[in-house]
Design a binder for this molecule. Sequence first.
Ligand code: PEP
Length: 281
Amino acid sequence: LGRHRDDRRPTGFDYNGVRFDQDNLNVFAGLCAVDTPDHVERMLKALRDRGQVCTRMGAYKPRTNPYAFQGHGKGCLPWVFELAGRYGMKVIAMEVTHDSHVDEIREALRRTGNPTGVMLQIGTRNTQNFELLRIVGRQREFPVLLKRGFGITLEESLNAAEYIASEGNRHIVFGLRGMKTNMGDPHRNFVDFAHVPAVKRLTRMPVCIDPSHSVGSREAAPDGLLDIFHVTAQGVIAGANMILVDFHPAPEKALVDGPQALRLEELPRFLEDVAIAREAY
Ligand code: PEP
């Protein structure tokens, strides 16, 4: 990944017609958790209408509370993939927490005729699940979005990325999603987007920011501007290559993380803001 000086192989890559590298920017707006076909379709239609070809859709949800909704799992994959294909989505970021999920995704894609592509997301709770990292590293079919661990050093998270690469899969995007601190953060997590240029300097991986899980709320900051919009702009100006962001057609009905989901009506302004920040980069 560029951390060993004698290895200058590029780590940018193309997947299903979408380019991922340290120079470009892809937006993955979508549902934190897949719930109803109606919500998924409304989300995808809004993205298609704005020229977007990537999205996020969580089917397997690792929750802090064992009694909370855990995601629809493999049961929703066929209809999610079919809808994604119908609306021209090329890549869906989808978290996996177990090797069986990779097989289920592969099988559902095959059965539906590969209407879209999938980027396997490793969430912050699994950043150091080395067996899972090895498994996604051994398969070459899907690229991987590895999120940093929320309570470990950057160095340790970068080493986790090496676990994937060491098994052969170098198609990795490194995700910043905020850190846990005991400093009384105003946000759900301490926003870590100053690490965008640091990761780009230390490695050759494209870097993703997740403003939703970093900030944790769509409520306005005291100056009336949305923090999620602010930190997104900061991340883009810092050089982010991918944005993973929660939207929902009816956030009050969302089964996971509704309070941090932006409303569909906010999608145009969000994308315009991103374009302005990108120009400033
Ligand atoms: C997510 O993106 O759905 C998620 C659970 O993120 P994280 O692993 O960063 O908490």
